[in-house]
Ligand binder design. Structure first.
Ligand SMILES: NC(=O)c1ccc[n+]([C@@H]2O[C@H](COP(=O)([O-])OP(=O)(O)OC[C@H]3O[C@@H](n4cnc5c(N)ncnc54)[C@H](O)[C@@H]3O)[C@@H](O)[C@H]2O)c1
Ligand SMILES: N[C@H](CO)Cc1c[nH]c[nH+]1
Ligand SMILES: [Zn+2]
Length: 433
């Protein structure tokens, strides 16, 4: 069968999870030493090193992409594409405006004012891969949440390939990215991390890239912040016998085509459904241009598991914690309370995964490789920085003075205790006199 199909027996589920973990570890690769050497060299020698590595790996010196080049790219795209990008941009923007957290203040009691200021980061870098994975949709998905969060300056970097994607450049123009620099790979991440030549140091680097870029982002973490290390794409579909097998198959293929390491998993309570989906996948996949990639990803990381009860399938989905989770059952919302771990959940037959990739509005940069157990999608939160605010009146502080002093003394921190005591000592003295 095209999609290997097994009955759930406890072991089959564990085997799938083991394979996915091994895949995630393998995808990371063992290139840290090479990447560290480039990062260190850029930190030490700055722009000269960036230019040398750009020449070595991309055969071209880095340069700032002029606004006229962005305009020309926009004009060169089909109007139907720029219109679709603009529609997607509007949906991404209004979705993220809904979730934006604002600064807040609260009076706990008389004279105790507490709160938080919430501000966008001053400057962020967005990495956009070169090659076939240069997705214009990813430019929108990374840059718009940053803009809505109020980031001061967005710098986009992308490898200076011979024929840079006009669609990517058009997307940068639509969003209004502040600066686009044609530089890629580790040298781009290093320049954004330490600052080099025309590239200023940023506060955070986001966006996907190959194993070198991912390793560089890992090393950058600490000097700057990063979003996450994105692994290969994943889709897990929970479908009962009511789902249309052609549609389920189409959705599984939509992520299998991303990458040879991509995973496409079906969980169902119907063996007939599993078999029908497998047949449909094979039929449709053979007609797709990325057939070779699909064949490898489905053979390596695709499967269907048949459960007696869909609640058991939900437990398995929670263990996998997939990037994308589709629920195509007669009553999808009934399963929602049982699903805790996923980057994005698509409910019902009219929410195929590519709706989320392009148009619905939530960001398509999602946790992968099981990290949806604890990571969240990229969003405005990714680009926000919070600062606590504490303001007390004299009386409010006095009300806590003895408690603070007691706590400080218990930790043998006399200067801490004194910082509060000193504020009331003079008054105590005055009262004595
Ligand atoms: N998860 C997602 O949402 C998502 C989206 C888009 C792309 N991606 C991933 O992004 C990646 C894109 O990869 P890509 O290679 O096409 O573009 P890329 O921009 O990530 O990497 C290209 C750069 O890699 C560097 N490089 C190449 N070989 C090197 C070497 N031997 N040593 C040091 N540096 C080297 C070069 O500087 C080059 O500019 C893919 O792995 C794809 O799966 C993921
Ligand atoms: N599904 C990808 C993330 O896993 C994002 C993407 C971009 N374009 C199409 N798909
Ligand atoms: Zn996709």
């Amino acid at each position: 069968m095209f999609l290997k199909t097994v009955l759930a027996d406890g072991q089959a589920e564990q085997a799938v999870i083991r394979e996915m973990k091994a895949r995630a570890a393998g995808a990371r690769g063992d290139i840290e030493q090479t990447v560290r050497a480039i990062m260190d060299d850029v930190q030490a020698r700055g722009w000269d090193a960036v230019c040398e590595y750009a020449g070595k790996f991309d055969g071209k010196a880095p340069y700032i992409v002029a606004p006229s080049e962005l305009e020309a790219a926009y004009a060169a795209c089909a109007p139907s594409l720029t219109a679709a990008l603009e529609k997607a941009a509007a949906n991404i923007r209004d979705y993220h405006e809904q979730m934006l957290i604002k600064s807040w203040e609260w009076e706990r009691g008389s004279g105790e004012t507490l709160g938080q200021t919430v501000r966008g980061l001053a400057r962020v870098g967005i990495y956009v891969p070169g090659g076939t994975a240069a997705y214009p949709s990813s430019v929108l998905m990374n840059a718009i949440p940053a803009q809505v969060a109020g980031v001061g300056e967005i710098i986009m970097v992308t490898p200076p390939t011979e024929n840079m994607s006009i669609e990517v450049l058009a997307a940068a123009k639509i969003v209004g990215v502040d600066k686009v620099i044609a530089v890629g790979g580790v040298q781009a991440v290093a320049a954004l991390t330490y600052g080099a030549g025309m590239i200023p140091q940023v506060d955070k680097i986001v966006g996907p890239g190959n194993a070198y870029v991912a390793a560089a982002k890992k090393l950058a973490f600490g000097t700057v912040d990063i979003d996450m290390i994105a692994g290969p794409s994943e889709v897990l579909v929970i479908a009962d016998h009511t789902a249309n097998p052609t549609w389920v198959a189409a959705d599984l293929l939509s992520q299998a085509e991303h990458d040879r390491l991509a995973s496409a998993v079906l969980l169902t309570d119907s063996m007939a459904q599993a078999q029908a989906v497998s047949c449909e996948m094979e039929r449709m996949a053979r007609a797709l241009p990325r057939w070779e990639i699909i064949r490898e990803s489905v053979a390596g990381y695709g499967c269907a598991i048949v459960f007696e009860d869909l609640k058991e399938a939900c437990k398995m989905a929670d263990m996998v914690a997939p990037e994308h989770l589709e629920v195509m059952t007669a009553a999808p919302r009934e399963l929602l309370p049982y699903l805790h771990n996923a980057g994005a959940i698509f409910l019902g037959r009219y929410a195929p995964e590519p709706l989320g990739d392009y148009m619905a509005g939530p960001c398509h940069v999602l946790p992968t490789s099981g990290t949806a157990r604890f990571f969240s999608p990229l969003s405005t939160d990714t680009f926000l920085k919070k600062t606590s605010i504490i303001e007390y009146t004299r009386d409010a502080l006095q009300g806590y003075a003895q408690d603070i002093i007691a706590l400080a003394q218990s930790e043998h921190l006399d200067a801490h205790a004194n910082s509060v005591a000193v504020r009331f000592a003079e008054e105590a003295q005055d009262e004595k006199c």
